[in-house]
Design a protein around this ligand. Structure first.
Ligand code: CP
Ligand code: NVA
Length: 306
């Protein structure tokens, strides 16, 4: 049984194959207006403990455009670990559906579901990681630069779930990853050790200086300073992240070729300015669209339908 809880648990070959399938399914949809019904008679159940626009719509559309069904359960409706244990939810859903996609507060709940499910479980974001986002971002970079190996991705912002998944995605796909955070918001040392053990020899640079960090960047990436679940820290974070905004001044230090990525939702005026996100260098909307194409490919590869 194949799951997608983390990028690290998959081989480079599997990840490259999934990117190739994503490109193929995207091309088919663009050229013909539809996809083959490869998910006919398949139903995905999507559990969202936190809000979502892109992830929810992309997984739902991925199933529907390929002839399958999606059932969406939000908020406290399921009550993972409260109304009933995650291990029970996993077994109940495995008896009725073909795929479980879950966005959870605690990563541990995904691990528990994976252990007990007899259908694939996909991590749709947890406090620890956001692997679907990072791999869809690899698709966006691959389309733009026609390669991944040797590119430099500079992440500026919080050492959070998105940063962790990007680090592993870059390691697996052969990109150099520069992680630039304010003091106190670095990726924790044990996460760094885990990532280096998962992708030995990856080119991983730590920085505390945004101007230096973007100097060799092919892509600059940022995410909200305050992730879902951290709302009470917002004002402190705004103070602590001063100087780490992606703005026109910072872009002067980046090469001409450098593009802008943001997983969205973006808080204009905080981690990124409106002019940068709306500039010709910004790929954020094609990046958001690629969530759909990657999701479709991931489901197909996990289910062995290609
Ligand atoms: N980037 C992303 O995962 O967006 P949503 O939270 O809207 O799903
Ligand atoms: N780091 C953000 C990502 C949102 C897609 C969060 O967890 O809220």
């Amino acid at each position: 049984m194949k799951h997608f809880i983390s990028i690290a648990e998959h081989s480079r070959e599997f990840l490259l194959q999934t990117l190739e399938t994503a490109q193929r399914l995207k091309k088919q949809l663009k050229e013909t207006g539809h996809n083959d019904p490869i998910f006919k008679d398949k139903t995905a159940v999507l559990i969202f403990e936190k809000p979502s626009l892109r992830t929810r719509v992309s997984f739902t559309q991925a199933m529907l455009q390929c002839g399958g069904n999606a059932i969406v359960l939000t908020g406290d409706e399921v009550g993972l670990g409260k109304r009933e244990p995650a291990k029970d939810v996993a077994r109940v859903l495995s008896g009725m559906c073909d795929l479980i996609v879950a966005r959870v507060f605690e990563h541990q709940k995904l691990l528990e579901m994976r252990q007990y499910a007899s259908v694939p479980v996909i991590n749709a974001l947890s406090d620890y990681s956001h692997p679907c986002q990072a791999m869809a971002d690899m698709l966006t970079l691959q389309e733009h630069f026609h390669r991944l190996e040797g590119l430099t991705l500079t992440y500026i912002g919080d050492g959070n779930n998105v940063a962790r998944s990007l680090a592993v995605a870059c390691g697996k796909m052969g990109l150099r990853f520069v992680c630039c955070t304010p003091a106190g918001y670095e990726l924790p040392a044990d996460d760094m050790d885990r990532i280096m053990a998962q992708v030995p020899g990856m080119d991983f640079e730590i920085s505390g200086n945004p101007q230096d960090a973007v100097r060799q960047a092919d892509a600059i990436y940022t995410d909200t300073w305050t992730s879902m679940g951290q709302e009470s820290e917002k004002q402190k974070r705004i103070r602590d992240f001063q100087g780490f905004q992606i703005n026109a001044e910072l872009m002067k230090h980046a090469p001409e070729r450098c593009v802008i990525l943001h997983c969205l939702p973006a808080y204009r005026g905080l981690e990124i300015t409106d002019d940068v996100i709306e500039s010709p260098r910004s790929l954020v909307f094609p990046q958001a669209e690629n969530r759909l194409h990657f999701q479709k490919a991931l489901i197909a590869e996990l289910m062995g339908i290609t």
